[in-house]
Write a protein that binds this ligand. Structure first.
Ligand SMILES: [Zn+2]
Length: 396
């Protein structure tokens, strides 16, 4: 499997100039390819043909930086064309300096990593904020500017370790109020990164709206917004990584509800949009981390009414008039009272067990409602709810 470690770089001013030059070269090559591709009628040239053409006529200043910069641009271009032709994505678009497209590629034989240093051709040693944490064969790297900093994203092919999957099964309800509620009662809070930064972000965007587009002040505010976005993303990513690593480590059978992506895309409210992005990312991270540890990851159809159904395995009650404001699920049939997200996560678990193993929770493996296991993992668990269930898949 291939993993990427993104490490912050501490370039000196001369090195930063090189980064801008190399990123500029990559952007120039990419945009050149887009222009040629658009201009040619009939059969479109392939990325390979365009690259050959480019190499024959490229301007002298492109030689000032590693030739990987242009090479990577053609790889990106080939991907964009492929997406357009095979996956129905739009035509390849021009990359713009103003929209913050600063990145370039490095092939594996064109850089070296040692301790806190990365060595790049025609540049020399650049300091890295931390050592490369992944051990394996280095495949490639990408130098990229995010917010106000430069980073090296280094891809490493790691040996595939066989780990026996854990027997613990868990249902995960992701949501707005709580980031995740697990079926054994563990709840993870959500608001921290947004709470602090959202008002400031909204204010900056109001200020930006009043500035003249393209003016110096406009660009200044825009840079601030980019920086703040990056900060929010970093804090959010930290939480998401810790949460998903925890789940993948402790549970071998993980199940969630599919998100309604299409409806989410239409949401233009700032906080909501960021929240949606976080939930999508959570599921992506969870899926690959569980797979890495040879666990099973199952998505349950969202039309299955997880929040309105009673999670008592011996009851088929439904609470049709449950609204988004109700924090507690109360079953009209058996009188079960449970936190609504917990009730939903238990239902998600049961539904996936039914789909995958055709088992009913009252059958083997079910060992009743009890307190979840202690994690011992450094994570902000906001609460542990009563009524969670502990479920093991015994025959695995
Ligand atoms: Zn019930």
């Amino acid at each position: 499997m291939i993993r990427t470690h993104k490490i912050r770089l501490n370039p000196d001013p001369a090195q930063e100039t090189y980064f801008y030059k190399a990123a500029g070269t990559a952007r120039f090559a990419y945009n050149w390819a887009v222009a040629q591709w658009r201009a040619s009628g009939g059969e479109k040239p392939s990325a390979k043909q365009l690259k050959k053409q480019f190499n024959a006529q490229k301007p002298d200043w492109t030689y000032e930086v590693t030739k990987c910069a242009a090479e990577g641009a053609f790889m990106d271009f080939a991907k964009a064309v492929n997406k357009h032709l095979k996956e129905g994505a739009g035509e390849p678009q021009f990359k713009s300096r103003n929209r913050g497209h600063f990145s370039f590629y490095l092939a594996n034989d064109k850089f070296w990593v040692s301790g806190h240093w990365i060595t790049i051709p025609k540049l020399g040693r650049v300091n890295m904020a931390e050592k490369l944490r992944l051990h394996g064969k280095i495949m490639s790297a990408r130098i990229v500017r995010t917010g106000q900093h430069w980073y090296a994203s280094i891809s490493v092919e790691m040996p595939d370790k066989r780990i026996a999957p854990k027997a613990e099964a868990v249902g995960v309800d992701v949501g707005i109020l709580h980031l995740a509620t697990l079926s054994d009662g563990i709840v993870f809070d959500n608001e921290r990164p947004l709470k602090h930064h959202l008002p400031r972000l909204a204010k900056l965007q109001r200020v930006l709206a009043r500035k003249e587009k393209g003016s110096c002040n406009y660009e200044k505010i825009k840079a601030k917004i980019r920086h703040l976005h990056a900060r929010i993303r970093h804090i959010r990513d930290d939480i998401l990584h810790k949460l998903t690593t925890f789940i993948a480590r402790y549970y071998g059978f993980v199940t969630t509800e599919d998100l309604h992506i299409e409806g989410m895309m239409k949401n233009h409210h700032l906080a909501q949009a960021l929240q949606d992005a976080a939930l999508r990312r959570l599921l992506t991270l969870l899926e690959y981390k569980v797979a890495d540890r040879h666990g099973s990851f199952v998505k349950v159809d969202r039309f299955f009414a997880s929040s309105k159904t009673c999670s008592n395995p011996d009851c088929a009650g439904r609470c049709e008039d449950l609204t988004l404001g109700d924090r507690e699920f109360v079953c009209p049939e058996c009188g079960l009272r449970l936190d609504r997200d917990l009730n939903a996560s238990i239902n998600i678990l049961y539904e996936s067990l039914r789909l995958m193993y055709n088992t009913h929770p009252s059958g083997s493996g079910y060992d009743g409602r009890k307190q979840p296991p202690q994690t011992g993992y450094n994570l902000n668990i906001s609460s542990v709810l009563d009524g969670g269930i502990h479920f093991c898949i015994s025959e695995r």
